[in-house]
Design a protein around this ligand. Structure first.
Ligand code: GLA
Length: 455
């Protein structure tokens, strides 16, 4: 036990895993004091996630079923009164940064980690009226901050488990706390999602919602289509008893995904733009969920470019890094989204009735669709799914997150976890020459203030 007795707070978050966290929290608090001096420190945290099913559906207003990890980003912070933000990180490859808060904060170069603080700071200053606060505006204070997300407790970086959203959410929660905004989860999730657009990826809202609304032991069903009042339908879904959700990190890190990602978004938007010629009311692929695929398919070309669409008078909106002449695989991408939405709803049924075999085959079908139609898998991810399915009782496996590397998940019977880990690890190394990191997802709670400590 270190100097800071956070036993109760840590148990509430990490359950049985709390003991191992004490050293990590204490080391971060010591580091904070060394850097910024003695005094009170607020400790915030935000978790990473896996997604059970529903990939690349969120920005199409579809359905998702993510689960928070108990691996998280910690942000230790102390407010400042001069509107400055100073950032440091326990990992030395994230260099110290500082910026001034305003309603138009200049972005640092792409890839700079301070953008994940600049985005939410700017969004908060622009927030003028919410349910709980009328004018936040200029009153967002800066802080001295220290982020901690190093292995083994931090959210692995670039592994498709949402380390960047966790960082954004932790920053946003800290800014909001010091501004006195008592946020409500969905409202904050929307703000954080806008904050990530600041970074350039045109992602959806899944990662921010699960980081904020997660409940222990549960996945979160989220319908990404807002209702007329801008509210989203969410429902905690218990994870199946007798199974562990295992995460297999391929060790392959995606690079340059922003461009690939935005091209998939473009393909979906192209599909909507083309379908709208016959169905003027639609705005997202979700709008055609009840129309037979064969009918839709006949209206969607295999591929089309932004330039060709423009020549027909169709614009796709603001999408950084999508070359005008890149072939957008409209038909296959739309098919993935259309079928994936159905699979999410069927998975809910399967979980509700305890039919884990059915859930497993839906995970398999989702992986095939992500690999063949959306083309976001890699040989390493495919190898992990194949190895996972070889273990007795494992009914399905799929890549999770944006793709192009990162992690695969599988539901594994509790009694098979040791065999699973050994088998998948061995086969993966034999097939790819790489090491997989395999760990259980313990479905932790959402982001927030953990405690205030005196250093
Ligand atoms: C990334 C995005 C999410 C979602 C997933 C794919 O994580 O940030 O919004 O689109 O990819 O499902």
């Amino acid at each position: 036990m270190g100097r800071f007795e956070l036993r109760e707070e840590l148990r509430a978050i990490y359950g049985a895993g709390a003991d191992g966290q004490t050293t990590r929290y204490n080391a971060a608090l010591d580091r904070f004091r060394d850097r910024y001096g003695p005094g009170p420190v607020h400790i915030f945290r935000a978790p990473g996630r896996v997604n059970l099913i529903g990939e690349h559906t969120d920005y199409n207003h579809g359905y998702v079923l993510p689960v928070a990890l108990d691996r998280d980003v910690l942000l230790l912070a102390r407010p400042r009164s001069d509107g400055q933000v100073r950032l440091a990180n326990v990992e030395d490859d994230f260099e110290a940064r500082s910026f001034a808060i305003s309603s138009a904060i200049p972005a640092a170069p792409a890839g700079d980690w301070s953008n994940y603080a600049r985005g939410p700071a700017q969004e908060l200053t622009r927030l003028r009226s919410t349910g709980s606060v009328q004018v936040l505006g200029a009153s967002v204070p800066g802080f001295d901050g220290l982020a901690s997300a190093a292995p083994p407790f931090g959210v692995p970086r670039g592994a498709g488990v949402s380390s960047s959203s966790a960082l954004t959410v932790a920053m946003a929660v800290a800014f909001a706390h010091f501004a006195g905004w008592e946020w409500e989860g969905a409202e904050m999730a929307r703000l954080c999602s806008d904050a990530e657009w600041y970074v350039g990826t045109r992602g959806g809202i899944m990662d921010q919602f699960i980081a904020l609304l997660a409940e222990r032991g549960h996945a979160l069903f989220l319908d990404c289509r807002p209702d007329a009042d801008g509210n989203f339908r969410t429902r905690p879904i218990p994870l199946p008893a007798g199974y562990r959700l295992l995460v297999m990190d391929s060790g392959v890190r995606h690079t340059n995904t922003r461009n690939e990602f935005n091209q998939r978004v473009a393909a979906c938007r192209a599909g909507v733009a083309l379908l709208r010629q016959e169905m003027p009311g639609i705005t997202h692929l979700r709008d055609v969920e009840n129309i037979e695929w064969a009918t839709l398919e006949s209206q969607l070309p295999e591929a089309v470019s932004v330039a060709a669409l423009r020549a027909e008078g169709l614009e796709l909106g603001d999408l950084p890094n999508v070359p005008d002449d890149a072939p957008l695989r409209v038909r296959a991408c739309c098919r993935h989204v259309w079928t994936e939405n159905r699979r999410v709803l069927e998975t809910l049924d399967g979980l509700g009735s305890g039919d884990i075999r059915r859930v497993g085959s839906l995970l398999d079908a989702a992986h095939a669709s992500a690999a063949e139609d959306y083309r976001i898998s890699t040989t390493e991810l495919d190898a992990l799914t194949v190895a996972a399915r070889e273990v007795d009782g494992v009914t399905g496996a799929r890549l999770t997150g944006a793709g192009w590397g990162g992690c695969v998940i599988a539901l594994v019977p509790e009694g098979q976890v040791a065999e699973f880990t050994g088998h998948v690890g061995r086969v993966y190394t034999r097939e790819t020459g790489r090491e997989a990191t395999i760990f259980p997802c313990s479905a932790g709670p959402g982001a927030g203030l953990v405690a205030v400590a005196e250093v």
